[in-house]
Write a protein that binds this ligand. Structure first.
Ligand code: C2E
Ligand code: MG
Ligand code: MG
Length: 604
């Protein structure tokens, strides 16, 4: 039995028990095998140690490298973090700036949304909003008194058209400023200084004022009177002094309004009434005025179909020679007979038709009917008696060569000599779009039709217009004659116009001749033709022949050898009679200057 210690050693040497030597030779062989094995072990161990040593060095190197990398990375991260912090700070600052800009812009946008850009006054929506709150407040405090003033500037359109938009804008800014000043001076009538008043521009020349916390409803009238006074002071525009007035409508809280819209609408109605009564007035709303608005609404809707329903007709007013006393021409004037409201004035429906963009259809009907009528009269009785017919045309009709083509077409269709047709255009037409007007006038004149300037002197146009535009004649606005008898200045102006038109070889017709004094004045100033109620009111077509006959029968009263002017009366006509005041009546009056009453002489 082998000793156990020996067996363990043999296993260590990985020998089988069979391989254990049993004799000396085998032992020697065995021991040398053991030596070899141990030698091999040592070699292997050395190799292993060497390799372990190598591995740990590499590992250390690797660790070092990793550490170096880490350090480098940390440095980079720190630098990047610092950079990012700087960038973040910059972004935060930029964000703050942007936020400030957004805030400022929001304030601006909110301001713009609630204010009128031109005048800086609150606009329509801000006004409605504030009024809405006041109306609600009154439902809690029934004693609260407030009023809405609707203000319309009476001559804004004329000023804007004749002096141009820049002057119009300046005028609006001045009005806004005056409103403010005037209201500040009136604020003692309000119980509360903070609320006081709110002046807003609703658009165009329409302004609204909210007077809050009034001590008394009647105070609104006192404020309006003061406003009228302040607004009627002259305005200086383009170095010109311009006079105008305003019309004010008042709606008061005692009506018990439930909505801002209703209250503003009623103030508007009252303003419309004030304008109708003669401008420069204050009118307080009352329920009876609703009818006026209904009329306005009806008229606006009915005018669109008035041509096709045959509701328009023409009247003709003679233009009379102040030298011979005979009618020399006729002016065509349009009338609208409304089925409910009767005759509507062209001063009301022409601007409305222009605004609604339907003036062309009315204008074409007028031209067609007038030309047809005059052509027929020329064929039948008036060829040697009347030299021309005038027809009014609106600025909207005077665009490019279109009007000329249409007129030429109508003239040839009705076989009328174009030389016996005159188109009347107003100053506004020329100032609104000078280039287009010039082209249109040239085109019309190229077709042999003449062009007169109507209502000369009613706007703000200068004498420059007369040489800028190729016009054949002018019609002096009746405002000249209305004031001529009282001022020598006006007489001097008429005299200058007479001289100018003679020099420029233009015709001159004075409008609005209503009295013999005016005839005498015109004669003494050398104005040869006139038109007015003194001679005849506008007549329906069927009355024209008789009407002209009646004027002609009086021409014998004139004597061309006057000492004071081209005409002097010789016969006993009662010249103290005034023209008939019946509207639309065709009753020609005799013309001439009484022997007993010499023509008035003006030193010009
Ligand atoms: P207008 O062309 O200056 O016509 C003269 C206006 O003065 C007419 O008013 C005429 O009835 C009125 N009138 C004539 N003599 C006197 C007078 O002695 N005293 C007074 N106070 N007035 C006198 P109407 O017919 O109401 O026409 C007003 C304006 O409407 C016309 O002024 C013209 O601008 C415009 N209009 C009339 N018919 C037409 C038309 O067919 N087309 C266009 N575009 N406008 C027209
Ligand atoms: Mg006219
Ligand atoms: Mg006129």
């Amino acid at each position: 039995m082998m000793h156990s210690l020996l067996q363990r050693q043999i296993r260590k040497l990985m020998l089988s028990e069979d391989a254990v030597p049993v004799d000396l030779a085998s032992w020697q062989a065995f021991l040398s095998a053991v030596d070899r094995t141990y030698g091999q072990f040592d070699q292997d161990r050395d190799l292993l140690e060497l390799s372990l040593d190598l591995t740990s060095r590499e590992m250390r190197q690797l660790y070092d490298e990793v550490e170096r990398h880490n350090e480098q990375l940390e440095t980079e991260v720190a630098a990047r973090t610092a950079e990012l912090e700087v960038a973040n700070a910059r972004d935060r600052q930029r964000m703050d700036e942007l936020e400030n800009i957004v805030q400022a812009r929001t304030v601006e946008i909110r301001h713009a949304a609630l204010h009128d850009k031109l005048t800086g006054l609150p606009n329509r929506s801000m006004f409605y909003d504030r009024l809405h709150h006041v109306i609600q407040r009154r439902q809690r405090i029934p004693d609260l008194h407030f009023a809405v003033l609707f203000i319309d500037f009476d001559r804004f359109k004329a000023i804007n058209d004749s002096l141009g938009h820049a002057a119009g804008d300046k005028l609006l800014r001045t009005i806004a400023q005056r409103l403010h000043e005037s209201l500040r001076a009136s604020d003692t009538i309000c119980s509360s200084k903070e609320t006081g008043f709110l002046a807003a521009r609703l658009g165009g020349d329409e302004f609204c004022i909210l007077l809050e916390d009034l001590k008394d409803d009647a105070d609104a009238i006192a404020v309006s009177d003061r406003l009228l006074e302040d607004l009627s002071r002259p305005y200086v525009l383009d170095e010109r002094s311009v006079n105008s007035s305003a019309s004010i409508g008042i709606a008061r809280s005692n009506v018990g309004y439930k909505s801002a819209e209703d209250m503003i609408r009623d103030a508007d109605i009252a303003m419309y009434r004030a304008k109708h009564l003669g401008r420069g007035r204050v009118v307080v709303f009352d329920q009876t005025m609703h009818g006026t608005v209904m009329r306005k609404i009806d008229i606006e809707s009915d005018i669109k179909t008035a041509v096709e329903r045959g509701q328009f007709y023409l009247v003709f007013q003679p233009i009379v020679s102040l030298v011979t006393g005979r009618a020399v021409a006729l002016e065509t004037l349009c009338r609208w007979e409304h089925p409910i409201y009767g005759d509507v004035s062209p001063e009301e429906f022409i601007p409305l038709a222009e605004e609604l963009g339907i003036i062309d259809s009315i204008g074409n009907w007028v031209l067609d009917t007038a030309i047809a009528q005059f052509a027929e009269w020329q064929r039948t009785w008036c060829r040697d008696r009347l030299s021309f017919l005038t027809v009014n045309v609106s600025p909207a009709q005077l665009t490019g060569a279109e009007l000329a083509t249409r007129v030429a077409g109508l003239v040839s269709k009705h076989d009328l000599d174009p030389a016996s047709l005159v188109l009347e255009i107003t100053e506004t037409t020329l100032t609104r779009n000078a280039e287009e007007a010039l082209a249109a006038i040239q085109a019309v004149r190229a077709r042999g039709v003449r062009v007169f300037l109507d209502d000369f002197g009613s706007g703000y146009s200068s004498l420059g217009i007369l040489h800028e535009f190729p016009l054949d004649g002018i019609k002096l606005d009746r405002a000249f004659l209305e004031s001529a008898s009282s001022t020598r200045r006006v007489a001097a102006c008429i005299h200058s116009v007479v001289t100018l038109t003679r020099t420029l070889r233009m015709a001159l017709i004075a409008e609005g001749v209503e009295s013999y004094e005016q005839v005498a004045l015109l004669q003494s100033l050398g104005c040869d033709d006139g038109q007015g109620f003194l001679f005849s009111r506008p007549m329906r077509a069927e009355d024209v022949a008789a009407g002209l006959e009646s004027i002609a029968s009086e021409s014998r009263l004139l004597d061309a050898s006057s000492e004071v002017g081209p005409a002097r009366p010789t016969g006993g006509v009662d010249l103290t009679r005034q023209p008939s005041s019946e509207a639309g009546v065709n009753r020609p009056r005799p013309i001439g200057i009484s022997k007993d009453r010499p023509a008035i002489q003006y030193k010009c």
